[in-house]
Design a binder for this molecule. Structure first.
Ligand SMILES: CC(C)(COP(=O)(O)OP(=O)(O)OC[C@H]1O[C@@H](n2cnc3c(N)ncnc32)[C@H](O)[C@@H]1OP(=O)(O)O)[C@@H](O)C(=O)NCCC(=O)NCCSC(=O)C[C@H](O)C(=O)O
Ligand code: MG
Length: 296
């Protein structure tokens, strides 16, 4: 498998909904978030834990990256959720409402105690005002020895709830949160996924938001309905023109005449070695997406 993992489309589903958990095996999403938190009513939490373990045990999810979102360890459900989630063996545990590195430390220590394999990652939901204020410390958790932290997921519904901000077409009230979380993620080598688009049938608004997320530099989008998958899969992918340009840049820098040069002109544009690094990333992502699609 290519080292770059495509995460164009990552679909949430209630862990208490067997039909959704079954359908997910047939959907072209790069990742699935099996939810024990907000999509599951309090009286269905226990059932969700059992169902998620059962469905993952049955298998059939193929190459899709599997996340289980638990309730926070500060809630009455958190400890049981985490024990069931670790036993189910996902790729990652998604921790909601992270507000400080201590929240991640607690989950990490509990995962160690539960015998989680070292490859099981932690992802943090960035969805509280305190998370925004402590974003650097949260991202820096990735630098601790043996850290499991791999990425952030934006939770814009909770941030809207906590701050009073409104969802506007251009997301102007939310842009500072998105950019600060993205900057912190990149500073510490983390992946980051955009929040969800709640209006399932607003195709135009949804496509615009996917384009915007890609322009911001996010790795992909979290989704709430299967009909949102294809647009995200097309949005968070390098275009044909980007791939052609990336190939040209890599080729030029590989020419013996250009060895040792740090800036060159290609087709009238100034290109530096940093652009060659970016071009290599683009090509690696494009190759990883091709690999995923060929295997589907
Ligand atoms: C919103 C929904 C409840 C709508 O469900 P439904 O009424 O069943 O939709 P449809 O009839 O259009 O469904 C058609 C078929 O697709 C399946 N389906 C629907 N949604 C999903 C899904 N998410 N995953 C897998 N499969 C799905 C239906 O079962 C139908 O299948 P079939 O019968 O075989 O034809 C529903 O879409 C839903 O539950 N969505 C996810 C809700 C969720 O997980 N919310 C929590 C995450 S959002 C969040 O918390 C973000 C963050 O924390 C923040 O703060 O922002
Ligand atoms: Mg939330």
């Amino acid at each position: 498998m290519n080292a770059v993992r495509p995460r164009r489309s990552v679909l949430y589903m209630p862990g208490s909904n067997p039909r959704a958990l079954d359908k997910a095996r047939t959907l072209p999403a790069d990742g699935l978030i099996l939810d024990m938190e907000d999509a599951v009513a309090p009286e269905a939490k226990a059932e969700a834990r059992v169902l998620i373990r059962q469905k993952l045990g049955e298998g059939g999810y193929g190459r899709r990256e599997i996340f289980i979102r638990i309730n926070g360890l500060g809630t009455v459900w958190g400890a049981d959720d985490l024990a069931a989630a670790v036993a189910a063996g996902p790729d990652a545990i998604l921790v909601p409402k992270v507000s400080s590195p201590d929240d991640l430390d607690r989950v990490s220590a509990a995962m160690d105690r539960l015998g989680a394999r070292p490859a099981m990652r932690i992802w943090a939901m960035i969805e509280t005002p305190l998370a925004i204020l402590s974003i650097r410390e949260i991202a820096a958790f990735a630098t601790r020895p043996g850290s499991r932290l791999e990425g952030f997921v934006l939770g814009l519904n909770d941030l809207a709830k906590e701050t009073g901000a409104q969802f506007t077409g251009d997301r102007l009230p939310m842009v500072p949160w998105i950019q600060i979380a993205l900057t912190a993620a990149r500073a510490y080598g983390l992946a980051i996924l955009d929040g969800v688009y709640n209006d399932i049938h607003d195709d135009e608004g949804y496509a615009a938001e996917c384009r915007q997320g890609r322009e911001f530099g996010l790795d992909g989008k979290t989704l709430i309905h299967p009909r949102q998958i294809d647009v995200a899969n097309r949005a968070f992918v390098p275009s044909v023109e980007e791939i052609e340009w990336a190939k040209r840049v890599v080729e030029v820098f590989a020419l013996p005449d250009y060895a040792g040069k740090s800036a060159v002109k290609i087709e009238g544009r100034m290109v530096e070695r940093l652009h060659a690094d970016m071009a290599e990333r683009t090509l690696a992502l494009a190759a990883a997406i091709r690999e995923v699609e060929a295997a589907a």
